[in-house]
Design a protein around this ligand. Structure first.
Ligand SMILES: Cc1cc2nc3c(=O)[nH]c(=O)nc-3n(C[C@H](O)[C@H](O)[C@H](O)COP(=O)(O)O)c2cc1C
Length: 287
């Protein structure tokens, strides 16, 4: 399965069967986490909690609209060395690479920043000095019986999980607020943005906006959701690479000069710029 198919197939699964994931697949995911591309110098890392009992001990019994994420035999634990937005962005970027590989392997996942106890997650794994847990991801095989499906349907309806803003609502041409049309754009760029649009975000808030300028994609956030930003950046980089356009993100967190130049409204934060979508364009370096 290619990554763009995995992006289209992935969805959050909150009910799991008891069957553990075979060791070779766990090893494969550990290798992806270990070798993952980073946006900042390595520091962010992923640990794993194994066993339904141990995982249940970390997950919250009550988690607002979401209800309990139940029965997962494994939990990926995302760790940041220091609580700054850049590390949270990098965690989203790295862990989503693992999530998409898991999807390719036929596994089910659910990102969580609310439905777990960070202190219990921290106690379940060996932490390095200064490290903290910033997110976890349930991992296993999806339960497909009617009760599990009912719970899934209710949660997904409450958070409108299936819904995504259209490309024309989240992409601007050259400057914030200027309409952008997929009809006249490079099909590879449209596909990359489509893969970005399908990214998961906490409560499905879809806080990302893109300004397309030549072969560059500038990313902005309408709310402070750095993990969501990292996830969408992974979707852009991975889908571009699969299309043969090896580009790179340059992280520009809260870059006011960029925000001003592109006309971002007050409260909208610049996150970074992706270059390299044009076949002839150099993959990195400011223009
Ligand atoms: C950073 C992040 C945090 C999330 N936190 C939770 C959570 O605490 N509990 C939960 O059940 N789902 C959580 N989700 C799942 C989102 O609700 C889900 O991704 C979104 O509704 C879109 O649905 P989909 O993943 O099925 O496409 C989270 C997703 C992300 C990306």
């Amino acid at each position: 399965m290619d990554l763009r198919t995995a992006i289209r197939l992935r969805r959050s699964v909150r009910r799991y069967v008891a069957q553990p994931v075979p060791q070779d697949l766990l090893d494969r995911l550990a290798a992806v986490a270990q070798e993952a591309d980073h946006l900042v110098r390595p520091g962010v890392r992923v640990e794993r909690v194994d066993g339904r009992e141990r995982v249940a001990g970390v997950l919250a019994r009550y988690a607002g609209v979401y209800g309990l994420v139940q029965g997962a035999p494994h939990l990926l634990v995302g760790l940041i060395p220091e609580d700054v937005p850049e590390n949270r962005i990098d965690l989203g970027y790295v862990l989503e690479q693992v999530v998409l590989e898991a999807t390719r392997l036929g596994l089910a996942t659910c990102w969580m920043t609310g439905s777990y106890h960070p202190d219990r997650a921290a106690r379940a794994i060996p932490l390095r000095p200064g490290e903290q847990v910033a997110a976890v991801v349930a991992l296993g095989y999806a339960r497909v019986d009617p009760l599990a499906r009912l719970h899934d349907t209710v949660v997904r309806r409450v958070v409108a999980a299936h819904r995504r803003l259209s490309l024309t609502e989240i992409v601007f041409g050259g400057r914030w607020g200027v309409a952008w049309s997929p009809e006249e754009a490079d099909p590879a760029l449209v596909e990359v943005l489509e893969c970005a649009r399908l990214a998961p975000s906490a409560r499905n808030r879809q806080p990302w906006r893109f300004v397309v300028e030549g072969g560059a994609i500038h990313l902005a956030l309408t709310i402070l959701a750095p993990i969501d930003a990292g996830i969408v950046m992974a979707h852009v980089a991975l889908s571009a690479r699969e299309l043969g356009r090896v580009g790179r993100w340059r992280l520009r967190w809260a870059d006011e000069a960029l925000a001003r130049r592109l006309g971002f409204p007050l409260g909208v934060v610049a996150v970074g710029t992706f270059r390299g979508l044009r076949m002839s364009e150099p993959a990195s370096g400011p223009r």
